[in-house]
Structure formats: C-alpha cells, structure tokens
Design a protein around this ligand. Structure first.
Ligand SMILES: CC(C)(COP(=O)(O)OP(=O)(O)OC[C@H]1O[C@@H](n2cnc3c(N)ncnc32)[C@H](O)[C@@H]1OP(=O)(O)O)[C@@H](O)C(=O)NCCC(=O)NCCS
Length: 138
C-alpha cells in the first residue's frame, strides 16, 4: 500500500470512491481539500483504495473529517493505515474526529486505535447524533 498526497489529477478517482460510499456528489468540496493539501490517498496495486481528509479547523486542533474506503478494499487495513498516517502528521498533540452514532465501523476502528469518546453533537443529523472522538498522539 502506498500513501500519498492527492493532486487535482486524482479528483475524478476520489469522487468515484466517494460515490461508491453512496453520498451525493461533493466534487467542489473535495477539490478545495485537494487544493489545500488536506487529502491523502491509499493506493493498492495501482488502484485508489481510499482517501482521508484532515485539517486544523476544529478549535485549532487537527481534525479527521472524512475517511472513505472503496467497498472492494474494505477490511484490509486501508482506513487503519490512513488514520495512523494522519495521527503521525497531526499538527496538534490531540487529534479529533466525528461520525454519526450509527457508524459502528468507524467507531470500532477508532477505538481499536486508542481513540476515546469526547462528546456528542445533537442537531446536525436529526435522528443520528454526531459522536466526537479524540486521541492524544504525543
Ligand atoms: C469505516 C471505513 C473507513 C473502514 O475502512 P476499512 O479500510 O474497511 O477499515 P480497516 O480494514 O482499516 O479496519 C480496521 C479495524 O476497524 C474495525 N472495523 C472496520 N470496519 C468495520 C466494520 N464494518 N465492522 C466492525 N468493525 C470494523 C475493525 O476493528 C478493523 O480491524 P479488523 O479488520 O482487524 O477487525 C469504511 O467502512 C468506509 O469507508 N465506510 C464508509 C465511509 C465512512 O463511514 N467513513 C467514516 C466517517 S468519516
């Protein structure tokens, strides 16, 4: 597996993996993230297996905004490698992330990596609150 920073040449492939996850197209949002060097890719056998977007915009802390792995590459450690990389590059001693309460896969991944719950944000997704996680990385 190779991890590397995304470039705008990767945008179409990233959007395809994102669609595979089933969300509405967010091409412009992803383009801005690539432009700001906030998007890292995991490449497996030349294939875009997954990507991670992180920034420092959460109370000035490093925040993992999004991790998506293509269906055919799941449960092979791709997200684990992307999150480990984000932790190692974090600009702040504590890293944060959040995802819906229903997202048991992401929460299992974070807990397995030593992340702990940091609180709940109600009112974003009416029936599925956002659970905030954090990890002290240094
Ligand atoms: C969540 C997601 C990123 C996990 O990616 P992945 O590459 O399959 O995860 P990994 O293979 O690195 O899994 C590492 C560990 O996380 C946990 N895990 C991952 N997926 C899981 C699942 N579906 N159910 C339970 N535990 C899971 C396990 O502990 C796993 O270790 P194991 O395979 O040895 O049991 C992937 O399912 C995905 O893209 N989901 C849709 C997008 C999303 O919801 N992203 C998170 C919101 S930001």
């Amino acid at each position: 597996m190779i991890l590397r920073r995304a470039t705008l040449d990767d945008l179409a492939a990233i959007v395809a993996v994102d669609r595979d996850h089933g969300v509405a197209p967010r091409t412009e949002w992803l383009r801005r993230r690539i432009d700001r060097s906030e998007c890292v890719l995991a490449i497996v056998d030349g294939d875009l297996a997954g990507f991670l977007v992180a920034d420092d915009a959460f109370f000035d802390r490093t925040f993992v905004r999004l991790v998506v792995v293509a269906h055919k590459h799941r449960r092979r450690g791709v997200a684990n490698a992307l999150v480990a990389d984000a932790e190692s590059r974090a600009r702040t001693p504590t890293v944060f992330s959040s995802s819906n309460r229903s997202n048991t896969a992401m929460h299992a991944l974070l807990r397995a990596r030593g992340w702990v719950e940091s609180g709940v944000i109600e009112g974003l997704d009416e029936l599925d609150p956002e659970i905030v996680f954090r990890k002290r990385v240094r």
